[in-house]
Design a protein around this ligand. Structure first.
Ligand code: GSH
Length: 215
């Protein structure tokens, strides 16, 4: 029997956490129904709580089971779909993919606070550019390191698209919206090439289109 998934997400223009499992499931062709909750309304909190015990989205419903929190959803999907290389196959690459994903999940508060995702917007200015500089530098370091050590067989962090790319997809959006990768800081064009690869994914265009429609 096929597994029936319902992914509960927030307004596509703004919900960076929602984009992560959504783009992962689309890219690995894992079918799901989606329920979109409008963020930033007086009813948002109650609507989310009806679906997610943490009061946060995304959440994945599988029959009577509800899984909340992005990394838990990713791990659940990786276990349920061993034929899909959601994590890299190589042991060392997989360990590092999990490390950079966990670092994303628990860190980069300054970038999040100062540069909220506004998916289709351009030319926005970070509230406090100095505060985000260490986060941006660390992300550049992660991307360069993954691309040079593990990226030989494709354009993504670990070559082929993996959960690590899904975890950083909203960062690509923020870097575009807030113009955080001027050419002079992008030695060798590694960062912009990686961002272009993410932006060329068909699900990226679908998310952009649907974000526009819901705005
Ligand atoms: N650690 C959580 C964070 C989820 C999160 O912060 N989600 C935001 C939306 S992007 C949310 O639900 N906010 C509640 C609200 O906007 O009322 C995860 O990894 O899923």
């Amino acid at each position: 029997m096929s597994i029936v998934y319902e992914l509960i997400i927030g307004t596509k223009m703004w919900s960076s956490w929602s984009l992560r499992p959504w783009i992962l499931m689309r890219q690995f062709a894992l079918p799901f129904a989606e329920t979109v909750i409008a963020l930033r309304t007086p009813d948002t909190a109650a609507a989310i709580e009806a679906h997610s015990p943490s009061g946060k989205i995304p959440a994945l419903r599988v029959g009577a089971l509800t899984i909340w929190d992005t990394l838990a959803i990713v791990e659940y999907l990786a276990e349920r779909h061993p034929g899909s290389p959601i994590w890299p196959r190589d042991d060392d690459a997989r360990a590092i993919a999990r490390a950079v994903s966990a670092e994303m999940h628990s860190g980069f508060q300054a970038l999040r606070q100062n540069c909220p995702m506004d998916f289709n917007a351009h030319g926005l200015t970070p509230a406090d550019p100095a505060a985000i500089a260490p986060d941006v530098a660390r992300i550049f370091e992660i991307w360069r390191d993954c691309r040079s050590r593990y990226g030989a067989h494709g354009p993504f962090l670990f070559g082929a698209f993996s959960a690590a790319d899904a975890m950083y997809a909203p960062v690509v959006s923020r870097f575009v919206t807030y113009n955080l990768v001027p050419a002079e800081v992008d030695e060798g064009g590694v960062i912009s090439a990686y961002m272009a690869a993410i932006q060329a994914l068909p699900p990226w265009a679908q998310w952009a289109h649907e974000a526009e429609q819901s705005a």
